[in-house]
Design a binder for this molecule. Structure first.
Ligand code: NAD
Ligand code: GLY
Length: 353
């Protein structure tokens, strides 16, 4: 088991990674009053493990899926915390994917103005990204992650054992965020290129997960509250990914990140920011994981949803983080119409084949 210390102005957090991390670290929680939050799929698969690790502690099971990431579910959790005598010395355990982690993190940050939080991510996406760094949120009025807080978990327990039960589609979603890290970090990019024939191998995923977390920890240390510009880079692929996610809803977050990265790479190429073999390699990686990129008929309309992006400083301008060269990205600001125009051009190029 390896660990990464993530000290920020608000909290000292330790991220434990590796086979056996769950068993080893949960034994330190045994003498605490816990409030465990999970989802229906994870509960169904891991009920015996949950019982063994958390005993008689209360387990709140929310319906699986992005549809649970809302204020109704949040207030159900807060009610159950109150009814079950959760106090400031209790520990909230978020056991699940990014949806559980985001909602449970928000509940932990709000209840009594903050209860200790342990994140135990069970999807690849939540292991490489969402469980680390303290962003919590629910979706509200159709806008993604618009109500939330920064609230660091005291501990994150990343155990690859959970990946064994993960559907292939969810591995693909996690690879979406991993490729994003590849566009930000030279070492991760090289590792992806070197291992491109077996990106889904558990050993490769375990190693690359650690590298992605290390990259994210460095960024969060430098810019915890996403104000210095550094943390914005983690949003590569997300301006378009989130806009499409809001408009189309049919796919998962990680799949939209992959599609978003493809469309944004197109913009970077058109603007002469990224090109050559590096751009070709990124494109190949994206396509290898997601397959065919959708040529959305009403892509321009979907693109308008980018106006809600939290990186924007004006409602008429869209901020996009685009890949530049190995290990480097760049923020570009486009007028909404100009951005939608690029998105339409990308769609047209996909239609032309
Ligand atoms: P998810 O939480 O919906 O999990 C995906 C599916 O996998 C669900 O059906 C879940 O029940 C199932 N599942 C979870 N663990 C499993 C396991 N071990 N075996 C079998 N099935 C399992 O989705 P996700 O992709 O993990 O997370 C997406 C969410 O994360 C989005 O809401 C996104 O906005 C958020 N996110 C947050 C941050 C952040 O920094 N806070 C970063 C990236 C993404
Ligand atoms: N996933 C983006 C961030 O944590 O900032």
């Amino acid at each position: 088991m390896k660990s990464i210390i993530l000290n920020t102005p608000s909290c000292d957090s330790t991220i434990y990674c590796g086979e056996g991390a769950f068993k080893e670290r949960t034994q330190y929680l045994k003498d605490k009053k816990l409030f465990v939050i999970t989802d229906s799929n994870v509960h169904k698969i891991y009920a015996p493990l949950i019982k063994e690790a958390f005993g008689e502690n209360y387990v709140f099971v929310m319906p699986a899926g992005e549809g649970s990431k809302n204020h109704t579910q949040l207030f159900k959790i807060l009610s159950a915390m109150l009814e079950n005598g959760v106090t400031r010395s209790s520990v909230v355990v978020a056991l699940g994917g990014g949806v559980v982690g985001d909602v449970a993190g928000l509940a932990a940050s709000l209840y009594m103005r903050g209860v200790k939080l342990v994140q135990i991510p069970t999807t690849l996406l939540s292991q490489v990204d969402s469980s680390v760094g303290g962003k919590t949120a629910v979706d509200f009025k159709g806008v993604k992650n618009v109500v939330g807080t920064f609230y660091q978990p005291g501990e994150v327990i990343v155990d690859p054992m959970f990946l064994n039960t993960l559907p292939k589609r969810e591995i693909r979603c996690g690879l979406g965020e991993i490729i994003k890290y590849g566009a930000l970090d030279k070492g991760i990019y090289k590792s992806l290129i070197k291992n491109r024939a077996h990106l889904k191998g558990i050993k490769f995923l375990e190693d690359i997960t650690f590298d992605c977390i290390a990259h994210k920890a460095e960024v969060v240390r430098a810019d915890e509250r996403d104000v210095g510009g550094r943390r914005k880079t983690l949003n590569l692929g997300h301006t378009t990914g989130h806009a499409f996610e809001l408009y189309y809803r049919r796919k998962s977050h990680g799949e939209f990140v992959l599609i978003g990265m493809y469309y944004e790479l197109f913009i970077a190429r058109r603007m002469g920011i990224c090109g050559g073999r590096y751009a070709d390699n990124l494109e190949k990686l994206i396509k290898k994981v997601i397959g065919k990129i959708p040529a959305y008929e009403d892509a321009e309309r979907a693109a308008i949803f980018a106006k809600y992006d939290k990186k924007n400083t004006a409602t008429t301008q869209v901020s996009v983080i685009v890949p530049k060269c190995e290990g480097e990205s760049e923020e570009i600001k486009l007028q909404l119409e100009e951005y939608a125009g690029f998105i339409a051009q990308c769609r047209d190029s996909l239609l032309e084949g």
